[in-house]
Write a protein that binds this ligand. Structure first.
Ligand code: IMP
Ligand code: MG
Length: 178
């Protein structure tokens, strides 16, 4: 069993590089079939989704745009506390079909916030594509349109996902050993 140690924790391979690529084949094929005659802007959410975005985009066969954003949260002066904003959204997405590319959807908090922020720019519609999805952790109502793989409610690293900054370079997914 392949293992990696990051900081103080040991992770064990749970999804192979081949399984990831096969899941991306399916995702790419579905998106290619569904998105005919649409003006599509893919929107990759950094840092985690850089690998998914690169590998998924190689499978897209129609003309489309891609842009990259970060979700920044900071404690502002507002009484509401945590304020979140999208950094780097320089593309005009008004009237576009926006396909959000995510590495993982856990509670759904992040994706819900991103959708709210994007809606202000009046896209035609917002579609969500994620490599990994934790159904047992998801507490939101927004439907996830494209899911690569469903995984148990465990902490994972690799293929863009990190544990305290490390592990993003791994070509497979590794699960925290309990
Ligand atoms: P959510 O807002 O709870 O859906 O969490 C989404 C974000 O939390 C992801 O974009 C990741 O950055 C991080 N995250 C959630 N689960 C994991 C995990 O298992 N490993 C690494 N990062 C995770
Ligand atoms: Mg992420």
């Amino acid at each position: 069993m392949k293992q990696v140690k990051l900081h103080d924790k040991v992770f064990e391979e749970s999804i192979s590089a081949e399984q990831i690529q096969a899941a991306l084949d399916r995702l790419g094929e579905q998106i290619n079939q569904d998105m005919v005659d649409e003006n599509v802007t893919f929107l990759a959410v950094l840092n985690g989704s850089f690998m998914v975005a690169a590998d998924l985009m190689k499978r897209i066969r129609f003309n489309s745009l891609i842009t990259f954003v970060k979700v920044a949260s900071y404690s502002g002066l507002s009484s509401t506390g945590r304020i979140q904003q999208l950094i780097g959204l320089d593309a005009n997405i008004s009237g576009q079909t926006v396909v959000i590319i995510e590495d993982i959807i856990d509670s759904g908090q992040t994706i819900e916030k991103i959708c709210d922020l994007l809606k202000k720019q009046q896209p035609k519609r917002i579609v969500i594509a994620t490599l990994l999805y934790k159904p047992q952790a998801y507490v939101k109502d927004i439907p996830i349109d494209y899911i690569g793989l469903e995984i148990p409610n465990d902490f994972v690293v690799g293929y863009g996902l990190d544990y305290d900054g490390y592990g993003r370079n791994l070509d497979a997914i590794y699960t925290l050993k309990s």
